[in-house]
Design a protein around this ligand. Structure first.
Ligand SMILES: Nc1ncnc2c1ncn2[C@@H]1O[C@H](COP(=O)(O)OP(=O)(O)O)[C@@H](O)[C@H]1O
Ligand SMILES: [Mg+2]
Length: 422
């Protein structure tokens, strides 16, 4: 049996955390069997490697491995994708089509985001799991298949069961063995290790010197909550690698890339499963565009003021903080800001629970820093809202087209529409 270390090397898994090692060990142990495995853990913790390990170490390795993202397939077509359909079974079904369960006969199917499966599909899945039987959509002929299933979820399945969104019998059938991957914040020893690996990967990819963190920046890295886990860490490493001229990254620079937990931009925490280079480059562009648009709006505001008022000195005085935001601050102010951020670091106030009454009691400098952060968060939210609105308008409310244009999944767009009450 291959060792945990060897598997990590083979599958490019970085880290020495005990819980991570245990998860890999479990994957190795169950691989020769046909036991169903449920991989659990927050988004971005690295769940996708587990089914790959299981498949590659099993006797099924010469047959197909198919990964299906259940959350990304529209409800209307998922049965047909998984189980196939008979010619003429619905409008547009001009040909008989094989589903994944037929194609992967003898192999492994990875059902990612299994908690998103519609209830009707759950019934079909339960049947396959119990006796290997399934029906194509529109057919009454029972077919047999021999597929090993590994599923993954980042949602609380017990809650889903309670809300009757997920069948309890299917849950127990899927989770004969549970492999849990801990969130990145609980793997302190791995955070800097992962960052260095990503920094060196991106230096190679973009043919630039490797970025390096100062000791203080490492502390910021360790204290962050990493809601998007390894995926988010990788994104930040990529953004820094591409955008920072100075290859030594200070705590302040790093902090400016870390999202306030209130922001919800696609650039920050990625929920979409597309892991292509194209998508991460697009995200960097998003960030730059959002920042640029925010600057532009500030400039517009300032120009308008100047046109209306005519008295430059007066406008300058009135818009001091805005001007500082656009053009940066003088050296004196820089020093002040540096001190402030350090102070907040030492206080280690959780970003999502900043108490504003408390910040008022602190020195004025501190209050000032807080205010800037808040303003940026708000304007980014506004930008996102505006972008979504415009895109929907352009496509006459057609979500599919708008989502494609925005580079997010239809589901994410739907969530955002709800979030913003559009
Ligand atoms: N331990 C790790 N070492 C190296 N890369 C990792 C590790 N864990 C996750 N990643 C990377 O992070 C990204 C997200 O992982 P993924 O398996 O898609 O997360 P999940 O499926 O849990 O949302 C991928 O690019 C993956 O390669
Ligand atoms: Mg995933």
């Amino acid at each position: 049996m291959e060792s945990v270390q060897a598997i990590k090397q083979r599958f490019g898994i970085i880290g020495n955390n005990a819980a991570l090692n245990r998860a890999i060990e479990k994957a190795i142990q169950v691989s020769p069997t046909d036991i169903s495995v449920l991989v659990t853990g927050e988004s971005g913790v690295g769940k996708e490697s587990i089914p790959k390990i299981i498949h590659q170490l099993s006797h099924r390795k010469h047959n197909k491995y198919i990964a299906v993202n259940c959350g990304a397939i529209p409800e209307g077509t998922i049965d047909s994708e998984l189980f196939g359909h008979e010619k003429g079974s619905f409008t547009g079904a001009t040909q008989t089509r094989e589903g994944y369960f037929e194609v992967a006969d003898g192999g492994t199917i990875f059902l990612d985001e299994v908690g998103e499966l519609p209830l009707t599909t759950q019934v079909r899945l339960l049947r396959v799991l119990e006796n290997g039987e399934f029906l194509k959509v529109g057919s009454s002929k029972v077919q047999k298949t021999n597929v090993r299933i590994v599923a993954a979820t980042n949602v609380n399945m017990f809650e889903a069961i309670q809300k009757e969104k997920f069948r309890e019998d299917l849950f127990y059938r899927l989770s004969t063995v549970d492999i849990h991957l801990p969130p990145l914040r609980d793997r302190q020893e791995d955070i800097h290790l992962l960052f260095r690996k990503f920094a060196s990967d991106f230096a190679l990819k973009y043919k630039m010197p490797t970025i390096k963190l100062t000791d203080q920046a490492v502390q910021v890295l360790l204290k962050h909550r990493w809601a998007g886990n390894v995926r988010q860490l990788r994104n930040i490493a990529e953004q820094l690698s591409v955008l920072e001229q100075n290859r030594t990254i200070t705590a302040e620079t790093l902090q400016s890339y870390l999202p306030n937990s209130k922001t919800n931009l696609p650039a920050v925490i990625k929920t979409s499963k597309a892991e292509s280079d194209f998508s991460s480059e697009r995200e960097i562009l998003y960030k730059v565009l959002f920042d640029m648009k925010s600057d532009l709006n500030d400039l517009k505001k300032l120009t308008l003021e100047l046109m209306k008022n005519g008295n430059a000195k007066e406008v300058e005085k009135k818009n001091e903080s805005l001007i500082q935001k656009i053009y940066g601050s003088s050296d004196e102010d820089d020093a002040e800001y540096e001190e402030t951020t350090e102070e907040s670091e030492l206080l280690s106030i959780p970003e999502h629970k900043i108490d504003h009454s408390e910040s008022l009691n602190k020195s004025d400098k501190y209050h000032f820093a807080e205010e800037i952060q808040e303003e940026e968060t708000l304007s980014l939210h506004d930008k996102e809202l505006e972008l979504i609105k415009k895109s929907l308008e352009r496509h006459n409310g057609k979500r599919k087209l708008a989502a494609a244009e925005l580079g997010i999944s239809e589901r994410t767009l739907y969530r955002k529409i709800k979030q913003y009450d559009l």
